[in-house]
Write a protein that binds this ligand. Structure first.
Ligand SMILES: NC(=O)c1ccc[n+]([C@@H]2O[C@H](COP(=O)([O-])OP(=O)(O)OC[C@H]3O[C@@H](n4cnc5c(N)ncnc54)[C@H](O)[C@@H]3O)[C@@H](O)[C@H]2O)c1
Length: 346
């Protein structure tokens, strides 16, 4: 059983690198699906700190936490509604009166989707379609949504350019590709203003280190802080373009308020445009922690892509996206957060 001692430690101090569209945010009513999760709660934090007229979070708490939204309850213009986007009527209800949707709700994780493809499909594909229909029918002005670098599948090209897709390698990747296809069809047929964001391995404060589907960075931080084993799948030479969460928040804000008409109906890589191996990542985290822990190597995971590196020029051109936080700086901030929030508490 986990106790969190200071879950809100960096909430008010984050985003010194990221101040965008404060004026536009002030008169917007925004729905954040999945807002009790990691990325969603970081987006909500930004919106509330910058004076959004109204922010509603919808989350079924299947993978999110009430402690992620608890600090927001002090805002009168904040509302949390628990429920599932797999329920079409619920989606319509929560989208009513909303100007902008940023859709983050989904069941993440490639291995989870291989274990339970129906659950992944229900939340990620059916839930997504429910939200698109609701957004269309309720007259939503903008619909920004989370896609994933997993859609590149077995495409060998590096860096990843948005148009060079391979075959998806997991049900999760299929569900995210389905999102992109549906979003484009809704743009085409109903004129819905959609923007997709293909996140590349996002990390930062409020990412959950627990459970079988936790991501590498929170797992490594938990391991070095609490003297647990740190597992690396495969030889550790696979590469990833790790993206600090503030950069992902920036991409969302810029997509929500972008003014270029040509930006809509497209999907954009959201990353830093630099990659490291998992072995390098582990060494950076161990050094940050002053730990001499050595990783334990185990079998490669099915469904994982080998190498990942984003070309971010499309997001720069159409959204004005410009990642401000690089890997090592993000690791330091994240480590400080984990140390304060979770040490000996997991
Ligand atoms: N974290 C990453 O590195 C990464 C990379 C690529 C894409 N993404 C995508 O970004 C989005 C946010 O990811 P995250 O890392 O914050 O994950 P997360 O699990 O922390 O957040 C997702 C939230 O969605 C909620 N949710 C799941 N199913 C739901 C349903 N049926 N109805 C309502 N809420 C539901 C969960 O309870 C959770 O709070 C997801 O769409 C994910 O697929 C994340």
């Amino acid at each position: 059983m986990r106790t969190i001692i200071k879950h809100n430690i960096t909430r008010d101090s984050m985003y010194e690198h990221c101040r965008f569209h404060s004026d536009e945010i002030r008169n917007k009513r925004i729905l954040v699906t999945g807002g009790a999760g990691f990325i969603g709660s970081n987006i909500v934090n930004y919106l509330l700190l910058h004076g959004a007229e109204f922010v509603r979070v919808v989350d079924d708490l299947s993978n999110g936490f009430t402690h992620n939204v608890e600090p927001f309850k002090k805002y009168k213009n904040f509302e949390f509604i628990q429920g599932s986007i797999t329920d079409e009527a619920f989606c319509r209800k929560v989208t009513s009166g909303i100007g902008i949707v940023t859709h983050q709700a989904a069941l993440g994780s490639v291995p989870r989707s291989i274990s339970t493809p129906l659950a992944t499909h229900a939340a990620n594909a059916t839930g997504f379609l429910n939200m698109l229909v609701a957004a269309r029918d309720e007259g939503v002005e903008r619909f920004v949504y989370a896609s994933s670098s997993s859609v590149y599948g077995d495409a060998p090209q590096l860096p990843k350019l948005e148009q060079n897709l391979g075959r998806p390698l997991s049900p999760y990747a299929v569900s995210k590709l389905t999102n992109e296809l549906y979003a484009n069809v809704f743009a085409l047929n109903y004129g819905l203003k959609v923007i997709g964001l293909r996140y590349f391995n996002v990390f930062g404060p409020h990412q959950d280190p627990n459970g079988p589907y936790a991501a590498a960075i929170p797992l490594f931080m938990d391991a070095v802080l609490n003297h647990k084993k740190a597992y690396i799948n495969g030889d550790g030479n696979q590469t990833r373009d790790f993206t600090y969460v503030e950069n992902a928040v920036q991409a969302n804000i810029k997509a929500m308020f972008c003014t270029q008409d040509e930006a809509f109906g497209k999907v954009y890589n959201v990353a830093v445009g630099e990659n490291v191996t998992i072995n390098q990542l582990f060494r950076i985290i161990a050094k940050t922690a002053g730990s001499s822990l050595k990783p334990v190597y185990r079998e490669e995971r099915p469904g994982d892509i080998r190498d990942s590196l984003a070309d971010i020029s499309l997001a720069k051109k159409y959204l004005g996206y410009s990642p401000q936080v690089k890997l090592e700086q993000g690791i330091h901030t994240t480590f400080d957060w984990f140390r304060s929030a979770f040490r000996n508490q997991i």
